[in-house]
Design a protein around this ligand. Structure first.
Ligand SMILES: *Cc1c(COP(=O)(O)O)cnc(C)c1O
Length: 450
């Protein structure tokens, strides 16, 4: 888990950083090292109480360890502790944030975007939907029933109606259902999920863009989890076409703390039309003294934000540029390959049945049983047993209509079904699939005795 070279790189970086301030008289912050050591020891003990999120045998939720370069850059910047709310608070880190935004937006073909980092995807989606609501006041927001659960809550905060759209068995929004809602009128914005959190499904963006020829609405792409996959060369044709259309949406959310190798606290929101900056306009009597330039605090709903997050992301994008065919893209390809390998092994398994083939790196699978109630019961038991063996999975509760398509031989005796879910987002997963499947089979064999 710990590579001591990381600590050395941090030390070297800090020495170089300190050299930038030698003109000032020296001072040493005073603290009691023994007391500090005792507390740090306690913290280490407390932190042992965690699932092994960093380990390849954690194949549950969307958790991916930060890249060492992000960890080092983040930690190093804490000695300065810049605040990216304004240039006064973090000159270098604000500039780095703007450069990161330019590179993120370039992935989608946008040259002059407006955007900034946020605490996470939820805050970023809130900003995008706030802008959408300002431009289409009183009109409703529609999005997939598999969209992130925060969209309906964000809409509530904004005082806008949210209507969920049903999904087809492949997990994508049903175009016929969208068209019905558009015909009823009063739709201001469609949220298109590029990689749903539960199923990894990519909504049919090309067809939704077609609908814009007839109806007037804004399109917001929630690509918090899936945004980076546009760089991959292994997408299915359908997913690749949807990603190619991202240049035509109005706003995009992408979370560097999901697939972008960043520590938590790093989401982002991008707007294609920079003139929406006017919507953020406000006067503050106590910030923004040093420059006539646009400050990040003037285009963000949050005020104080960690400059460290921008420094870490900048370092990561410097080391691993967001290029098609580059090293970063290759590591995403590994995740897709791992998911497809996992899916095909489950597809020939005696114990499990996978649902839809993975579009990205999430695989959802049922435990074989005679009825949907038994399958749900097995999934929950297996989840606990696997965790006891050091294999960490996730569970997902799905509408029966989505699941039965993939489980034609199972008798339906419930309105929903609990399945197992694995996000294969660590670069190491590709090499660990065989072991993961072996462990799963062992758990399934034990099921009758549990
Ligand atoms: C994770 C996720 C979010 C929420 O992002 P946070 O960073 O957890 O706030 C929103 N939408 C999608 C599709 C996500 O996967």
């Amino acid at each position: 888990m710990i590579n001591t070279n990381e600590i050395k790189l941090l030390r070297d970086g800090l020495e170089k950083l300190e050299a930038g301030f030698v003109d000032l008289p020296d001072f040493v912050p005073d603290f009691d090292e023994d007391a500090l050591a005792r507390v740090i020891d306690e913290v280490a003990t407390r932190m042992q109480d965690n699932y092994p999120y960093h380990h390849p045998q954690y194949v549950g939720q969307m958790l991916k360890p930060p890249h060492p370069v992000a960890r080092i850059a983040y930690a190093m910047s804490l000695w300065i502790n810049p605040n990216n709310h304004a240039l006064d608070g973090g000159r270098a880190s604000s500039a780095m944030e703007n450069e990161c935004i330019v590179d993120l937006a370039a992935m989608f073909g946008w040259q002059k975007p407006l955007g900034h980092l946020t605490g996470g995807g939820t805050m970023a989606n809130l900003e995008a939907l706030w802008v959408a609501g300002r431009l289409h006041p009183g009109k409703s927001i529609i999005g997939s029933e598999q969209a992130h659960y925060t969209h309906s809550r964000i809409s509530e905060v904004l005082g806008l109606a949210f209507s969920p759209v049903s999904v087809l068995p492949n997990g994508r929004m049903d175009i016929a259902a969208i068209t019905d809602l558009l015909r009823q009128g009063n739709v201001g914005t469609i949220v298109v999920t590029m990689g749903s959190t539960g199923l990894g499904a990519v909504d049919p963006l090309p067809e939704i863009l077609e609908l814009r020829k007839k109806y007037d609405f804004r399109i917001h792409a929630d690509a918090a989890y899936g945004g980076y996959f546009g760089l991959s060369s292994l997408l299915t044709n359908e997913a690749a076409e949807a990603y190619a259309c991202l240049r035509d949406v109005d706003s995009i959310v992408i979370d560097p703390h999901k697939h972008g190798l960043q520590p938590y606290g790093c989401g982002s929101v991008l707007f294609k039309d920079a003139s929406i900056g006017r919507i953020y306009k406000h006067d503050s009597p106590y910030t923004y003294f040093s420059s006539a330039e646009l400050h990040l605090g003037e285009i963000s709903l949050e005020c104080s934000r960690p400059g460290a997050a921008a420094v870490a992301l900048w370092a990561t994008q410097r080391l691993l540029p967001l290029d098609k065919g580059g090293e970063f893209a290759a590591s995403l390809d590994n995740c897709l390959t791992a998911a497809r390998d996992f899916y095909s092994r489950l597809d020939t398994s005696n114990f499990f049945t996978p649902l839809m083939p993975p579009e990205l790196d999430i695989v959802v699978y049922a435990v074989n049983a005679a009825t949907t109630t038994q399958a749900s019961d097995h999934a929950r038991k297996l989840f606990d047993d696997a965790a006891n063996q050091g294999l960490h999975l996730a569970l997902i509760e799905l509408p029966i209509a989505v699941a039965v398509h993939w489980l034609p031989d199972v008798k339906v005796d419930s309105t929903s079904i609990t399945c197992l879910r694995s996000v294969l987002m660590k670069p190491e997963h590709k090499a660990w699939i065989e072991r993961i499947v072996e462990m799963l089979d062992e758990c399934a064999e034990r099921l009758t005795t549990l």
